[in-house]
Write a protein that binds this ligand. Structure first.
Ligand code: HEC
Length: 206
């Protein structure tokens, strides 16, 4: 008898759970503690535009929308997410680089490194140089990296032409590229570029 009862209650439970999956057109199923999922304030990343969702729970059927509708009526298409205002600068980012590629002389004269001279900065600069520049410019900046040997025309940092160029000059070349050298602004952050500059300066002085 007891066994039958257990079986029977198991059966009832299974039927009950299956009934929960029943797909009626206007009823997507049960949602446990829905207030945990649906935000009342405008929530750009989980915006509910569907006017139906939650409507069967709605205590006030006169409402225009379902209970969890949280789209912004003041924006086009009810969109909650907005594009940032033009010229917005991401927090922690430097202002947009204001020198054009041809402004090398100006950048060379005006830009100064925000970094202090220190062994650790030079060391970090070297690590970045080894990854991003060494294959063309060579270990010691003689233009004899493996790629540089094929690429040709890679200059020597401690040559008469380059040994005295300023930190701003080097920074600008890394940022915008020069001649056949490509820009590296997308690979290296502003801070990383200044670190590389510190290391290149040690190679100029060799
Ligand atoms: C694909 C090869 C290549 C890579 C990678 C490369 N360079 Fe160059 N670099 C060149 C060439 C070629 C020139 C000569 C450009 C010219 O004047 O036509 C040059 C020129 C330079 C100059 C001298 C600019 C001048 O005023 O004459 C500096 C400084 C320099 N590179 C630094 C770097 C640094 C720092 C990196 C790494 C972040 C780097 N380069 C990565 C090929 C490369």
């Amino acid at each position: 008898m007891k066994r039958n009862l257990t079986r029977f209650s198991g059966f009832v439970l299974a039927v009950y759970m299956l009934a929960g999956c029943a797909a009626k057109d206007d009823y997507p199923g049960l949602e446990y503690a829905p207030q945990m999922y649906h935000s009342t304030p405008y929530e750009p990343l989980s915006q509910i535009q569907n006017e139906e969702i939650g409507s069967w729970l709605d205590s006030n059927p006169e409402d225009e929308h379902g209970e969890f509708y949280n789209s912004n009526p003041y924006n086009a298409h009810g969109m909650t997410m907005r594009e940032p205002v033009a010229n917005t600068v991401r927090r922690g980012e430097d202002l947009p680089y204001r020198y054009a590629k041809d402004d090398l002389e100006l950048a060379a004269a005006e830009l100064t490194s925000p970094l202090e001279d220190s062994k650790s900065v030079v060391k970090e600069g070297k690590a970045l140089y080894d990854r991003f520049c060494e294959h063309c410019h060579g270990k010691t900046g003689q233009g004899d990296g493996l790629v540089g040997e094929v690429f040709l025309g890679v200059p020597v940092y401690n040559s008469a032409a380059l040994k005295d160029v300023s930190e701003g000059h080097i920074f600008h070349v890394i940022t915008m590229g020069k001649g056949r050298m490509g820009a590296h602004a997308s690979q290296l952050s502003v801070e990383e570029r200044w670190k590389v500059v510190k290391y290149v300066q040690t190679l100029q002085k060799q």
